[in-house]
Write a protein that binds this ligand. Structure first.
Ligand code: GLY
Length: 260
Protein backbone atom coordinates (compact mmCIF):
# COMPACT_ATOMS: atom_id res chain seq x y z
CA UNK A 1 0.00 0.00 0.00
CA UNK A 2 1.16 3.49 -0.83
CA UNK A 3 3.65 5.20 1.51
CA UNK A 4 2.30 3.83 4.81
CA UNK A 5 4.58 4.98 7.61
CA UNK A 6 4.82 4.02 11.26
CA UNK A 7 6.72 7.19 12.01
CA UNK A 8 4.52 10.19 12.64
CA UNK A 9 5.79 13.74 12.82
CA UNK A 10 2.66 15.81 13.30
CA UNK A 11 -0.55 15.92 15.27
CA UNK A 12 -3.52 18.28 15.35
CA UNK A 13 -5.54 18.79 18.52
CA UNK A 14 -8.27 21.22 19.57
CA UNK A 15 -8.82 22.62 23.06
CA UNK A 16 -12.10 21.50 24.68
CA UNK A 17 -14.63 24.36 24.83
CA UNK A 18 -16.75 25.04 27.92
CA UNK A 19 -19.69 23.85 25.77
CA UNK A 20 -18.24 20.35 26.13
CA UNK A 21 -20.92 19.84 28.81
CA UNK A 22 -23.40 19.62 25.90
CA UNK A 23 -21.36 16.94 24.10
CA UNK A 24 -23.03 13.89 22.62
CA UNK A 25 -23.15 10.76 24.73
CA UNK A 26 -24.81 7.35 24.52
CA UNK A 27 -25.59 7.27 28.22
CA UNK A 28 -25.78 10.14 30.69
CA UNK A 29 -23.01 9.59 33.23
CA UNK A 30 -22.99 13.26 34.24
CA UNK A 31 -21.36 16.21 32.54
CA UNK A 32 -17.61 16.31 32.07
CA UNK A 33 -15.65 18.72 34.26
CA UNK A 34 -14.14 21.27 31.89
CA UNK A 35 -11.23 22.18 34.16
CA UNK A 36 -10.23 18.54 34.59
CA UNK A 37 -10.57 18.01 30.86
CA UNK A 38 -8.23 20.93 30.19
CA UNK A 39 -5.63 19.37 32.52
CA UNK A 40 -5.96 15.96 30.86
CA UNK A 41 -5.79 17.56 27.42
CA UNK A 42 -2.58 19.40 28.32
CA UNK A 43 -1.07 16.12 29.53
CA UNK A 44 -2.14 14.43 26.29
CA UNK A 45 -0.55 17.14 24.12
CA UNK A 46 2.65 17.03 26.19
CA UNK A 47 2.81 13.27 25.73
CA UNK A 48 2.38 13.57 21.96
CA UNK A 49 5.30 15.99 22.00
CA UNK A 50 7.35 13.55 24.06
CA UNK A 51 6.66 10.99 21.32
CA UNK A 52 8.10 13.37 18.75
CA UNK A 53 5.02 15.19 17.50
CA UNK A 54 4.95 18.72 16.30
CA UNK A 55 1.47 19.57 17.57
CA UNK A 56 -0.87 22.12 16.00
CA UNK A 57 -3.04 23.15 18.93
CA UNK A 58 -6.29 24.65 17.66
CA UNK A 59 -8.43 27.01 19.75
CA UNK A 60 -11.80 26.15 21.24
CA UNK A 61 -14.94 26.10 19.12
CA UNK A 62 -17.75 26.97 21.50
CA UNK A 63 -20.41 26.36 18.83
CA UNK A 64 -19.37 22.71 18.55
CA UNK A 65 -19.42 20.87 21.89
CA UNK A 66 -17.72 17.73 20.49
CA UNK A 67 -15.04 19.60 18.54
CA UNK A 68 -12.25 18.43 20.88
CA UNK A 69 -12.66 15.04 19.17
CA UNK A 70 -10.85 16.15 15.99
CA UNK A 71 -10.18 12.63 14.75
CA UNK A 72 -13.75 12.27 13.54
CA UNK A 73 -13.63 15.07 10.99
CA UNK A 74 -10.69 14.00 8.80
CA UNK A 75 -8.50 11.15 7.63
CA UNK A 76 -4.85 12.13 7.27
CA UNK A 77 -3.04 9.87 4.81
CA UNK A 78 0.57 10.49 3.75
CA UNK A 79 -0.41 11.88 0.35
CA UNK A 80 -3.78 13.45 0.98
CA UNK A 81 -6.17 14.53 3.70
CA UNK A 82 -9.84 13.63 3.38
CA UNK A 83 -12.49 15.65 5.17
CA UNK A 84 -15.17 13.37 6.57
CA UNK A 85 -18.95 13.75 6.65
CA UNK A 86 -19.96 13.05 10.27
CA UNK A 87 -23.09 11.02 10.85
CA UNK A 88 -23.91 13.22 13.85
CA UNK A 89 -25.67 16.33 12.43
CA UNK A 90 -24.38 18.54 15.27
CA UNK A 91 -20.80 17.77 14.17
CA UNK A 92 -21.05 18.59 10.45
CA UNK A 93 -19.87 22.18 10.97
CA UNK A 94 -16.61 20.98 12.56
CA UNK A 95 -15.50 19.85 9.11
CA UNK A 96 -15.72 23.40 7.73
CA UNK A 97 -13.50 24.57 10.59
CA UNK A 98 -10.90 21.89 9.94
CA UNK A 99 -10.70 22.44 6.17
CA UNK A 100 -8.37 25.49 6.20
CA UNK A 101 -6.13 23.88 8.82
CA UNK A 102 -5.51 20.86 6.60
CA UNK A 103 -5.15 23.02 3.49
CA UNK A 104 -2.26 24.70 5.27
CA UNK A 105 -0.53 21.34 5.69
CA UNK A 106 -1.47 19.24 2.65
CA UNK A 107 -1.19 19.96 -1.07
CA UNK A 108 -4.37 17.95 -1.58
CA UNK A 109 -7.44 18.00 0.62
CA UNK A 110 -10.47 16.05 -0.59
CA UNK A 111 -13.92 15.90 0.91
CA UNK A 112 -16.60 13.25 1.35
CA UNK A 113 -19.58 14.85 -0.37
CA UNK A 114 -22.33 12.41 0.55
CA UNK A 115 -25.06 11.28 0.50
CA UNK A 116 -23.28 8.85 2.83
CA UNK A 117 -21.68 9.52 6.19
CA UNK A 118 -18.32 8.55 7.64
CA UNK A 119 -16.38 9.54 10.77
CA UNK A 120 -12.65 9.17 11.38
CA UNK A 121 -13.25 7.22 14.59
CA UNK A 122 -14.44 4.34 12.43
CA UNK A 123 -11.20 4.18 10.41
CA UNK A 124 -8.13 2.14 11.37
CA UNK A 125 -5.18 2.36 9.00
CA UNK A 126 -2.65 -0.46 8.99
CA UNK A 127 0.27 -1.30 6.69
CA UNK A 128 -1.95 -3.66 4.68
CA UNK A 129 -5.23 -1.83 4.42
CA UNK A 130 -7.65 0.73 5.70
CA UNK A 131 -10.33 -0.88 7.87
CA UNK A 132 -13.61 1.01 8.14
CA UNK A 133 -16.28 -0.08 10.58
CA UNK A 134 -19.94 0.47 9.82
CA UNK A 135 -21.52 2.12 12.84
CA UNK A 136 -24.30 4.49 13.82
CA UNK A 137 -22.09 7.28 12.37
CA UNK A 138 -20.64 5.57 9.27
CA UNK A 139 -22.74 3.98 6.54
CA UNK A 140 -22.07 1.93 3.41
CA UNK A 141 -22.36 4.92 1.09
CA UNK A 142 -19.75 6.83 3.12
CA UNK A 143 -17.38 3.85 3.05
CA UNK A 144 -17.87 3.42 -0.71
CA UNK A 145 -17.11 7.07 -1.40
CA UNK A 146 -13.91 6.92 0.65
CA UNK A 147 -12.85 3.63 -0.99
CA UNK A 148 -13.22 5.08 -4.46
CA UNK A 149 -11.43 8.28 -3.46
CA UNK A 150 -8.32 6.68 -1.93
CA UNK A 151 -7.97 3.86 -4.50
CA UNK A 152 -6.02 6.21 -6.77
CA UNK A 153 -3.14 6.13 -4.25
CA UNK A 154 -3.28 2.34 -4.03
CA UNK A 155 -5.01 2.14 -0.66
CA UNK A 156 -7.08 -0.98 -0.12
CA UNK A 157 -10.14 -0.44 2.01
CA UNK A 158 -12.04 -3.18 3.84
CA UNK A 159 -15.51 -2.65 5.26
CA UNK A 160 -16.03 -4.27 8.66
CA UNK A 161 -18.60 -3.90 11.42
CA UNK A 162 -18.62 -2.24 14.81
CA UNK A 163 -20.29 -4.22 17.62
CA UNK A 164 -23.78 -3.00 18.58
CA UNK A 165 -23.74 -0.27 21.21
CA UNK A 166 -20.11 0.70 20.48
CA UNK A 167 -19.81 4.27 19.15
CA UNK A 168 -16.91 3.86 16.75
CA UNK A 169 -14.82 0.99 15.38
CA UNK A 170 -11.74 2.41 17.12
CA UNK A 171 -13.60 2.66 20.41
CA UNK A 172 -12.71 -1.03 20.54
CA UNK A 173 -9.27 -1.29 18.91
CA UNK A 174 -5.94 0.34 18.19
CA UNK A 175 -2.89 -0.43 16.08
CA UNK A 176 0.18 -1.13 18.23
CA UNK A 177 2.76 -1.94 15.54
CA UNK A 178 2.98 -3.24 11.98
CA UNK A 179 1.19 -6.47 12.80
CA UNK A 180 -0.38 -6.09 16.23
CA UNK A 181 -3.78 -4.80 17.24
CA UNK A 182 -5.10 -4.16 20.74
CA UNK A 183 -8.77 -5.16 20.62
CA UNK A 184 -11.68 -5.97 22.83
CA UNK A 185 -12.74 -9.59 22.67
CA UNK A 186 -16.17 -8.59 21.37
CA UNK A 187 -14.68 -6.80 18.35
CA UNK A 188 -12.10 -9.51 17.64
CA UNK A 189 -14.95 -12.07 17.72
CA UNK A 190 -16.36 -10.50 14.55
CA UNK A 191 -13.33 -11.96 12.71
CA UNK A 192 -12.06 -8.66 11.34
CA UNK A 193 -8.48 -9.16 12.57
CA UNK A 194 -7.78 -12.67 11.25
CA UNK A 195 -4.57 -11.59 9.52
CA UNK A 196 -3.14 -9.74 12.51
CA UNK A 197 -1.61 -10.55 15.86
CA UNK A 198 -4.19 -9.50 18.43
CA UNK A 199 -3.76 -8.59 22.08
CA UNK A 200 -7.07 -8.56 23.97
CA UNK A 201 -7.94 -5.98 26.57
CA UNK A 202 -8.39 -7.54 29.99
CA UNK A 203 -11.96 -8.48 30.90
CA UNK A 204 -13.74 -5.46 32.31
CA UNK A 205 -11.12 -3.11 30.80
CA UNK A 206 -12.65 -2.80 27.32
CA UNK A 207 -12.26 1.00 27.41
CA UNK A 208 -8.48 0.53 27.28
CA UNK A 209 -8.81 -0.51 23.62
CA UNK A 210 -9.05 3.11 22.53
CA UNK A 211 -5.33 3.79 22.81
CA UNK A 212 -2.91 5.17 20.25
CA UNK A 213 0.62 4.46 19.20
CA UNK A 214 2.69 7.50 18.30
CA UNK A 215 6.19 6.38 17.29
CA UNK A 216 7.79 4.65 20.30
CA UNK A 217 4.95 5.37 22.73
CA UNK A 218 1.60 3.70 23.34
CA UNK A 219 -0.68 6.32 24.89
CA UNK A 220 -3.55 4.74 26.79
CA UNK A 221 -6.29 5.85 29.18
CA UNK A 222 -5.37 5.53 32.85
CA UNK A 223 -7.17 3.10 35.12
CA UNK A 224 -6.72 -0.18 33.25
CA UNK A 225 -3.79 -1.79 35.08
CA UNK A 226 -4.16 -5.34 33.75
CA UNK A 227 -4.20 -4.21 30.13
CA UNK A 228 -1.31 -1.81 30.82
CA UNK A 229 0.70 -4.67 32.31
CA UNK A 230 -0.07 -6.87 29.29
CA UNK A 231 1.36 -4.17 27.02
CA UNK A 232 4.40 -3.62 29.26
CA UNK A 233 5.07 -7.38 29.26
CA UNK A 234 4.93 -7.32 25.45
CA UNK A 235 7.66 -4.68 25.48
CA UNK A 236 5.64 -1.58 24.65
CA UNK A 237 6.54 1.74 26.25
CA UNK A 238 3.32 3.04 27.72
CA UNK A 239 2.08 6.42 28.91
CA UNK A 240 -1.26 6.75 30.75
CA UNK A 241 -3.54 9.78 30.54
CA UNK A 242 -6.57 10.39 32.72
CA UNK A 243 -9.63 10.01 30.49
CA UNK A 244 -12.42 10.24 33.06
CA UNK A 245 -14.02 13.34 31.50
CA UNK A 246 -13.80 12.39 27.80
CA UNK A 247 -15.15 8.96 28.70
CA UNK A 248 -18.42 10.61 29.80
CA UNK A 249 -18.82 11.54 26.12
CA UNK A 250 -17.65 8.20 24.72
CA UNK A 251 -14.33 9.79 23.75
CA UNK A 252 -10.78 8.57 24.21
CA UNK A 253 -7.15 8.71 23.17
CA UNK A 254 -7.64 8.36 19.42
CA UNK A 255 -10.51 10.85 19.25
CA UNK A 256 -8.37 13.70 20.60
CA UNK A 257 -5.92 14.06 17.70
CA UNK A 258 -5.21 13.69 14.03
CA UNK A 259 -1.81 12.04 13.59
CA UNK A 260 0.30 11.87 10.44
N1 GLY B 1 -19.15 12.61 22.05
C1 GLY B 1 -18.46 12.18 20.91
C2 GLY B 1 -19.38 11.88 19.80
O1 GLY B 1 -20.45 11.38 20.08
O2 GLY B 1 -19.12 12.14 18.67
Amino acid sequence: MSNFSYEFTRAITRLPAPSIVHGLRAEDLGNPDHDQMLKDHAHYVLTLKEAGASVTELPTLEAYPDSVFVEDVALCLPEVAVLMRPGAPSRLGEVIEMAPVLSGVYDQVLEIKGPGFIEGGDILMTAKEILVGLSSRTDKAGVAELAEMVSRWGFKLREVTTPPGVLHFKTDCSLLDTETILSTKRLDATGCFENYRVIHTADGEEAAANSIRFNHLVIMPAGFPRTRDLLLNEGYEVREINNSECARLDGGMSCLSLRF
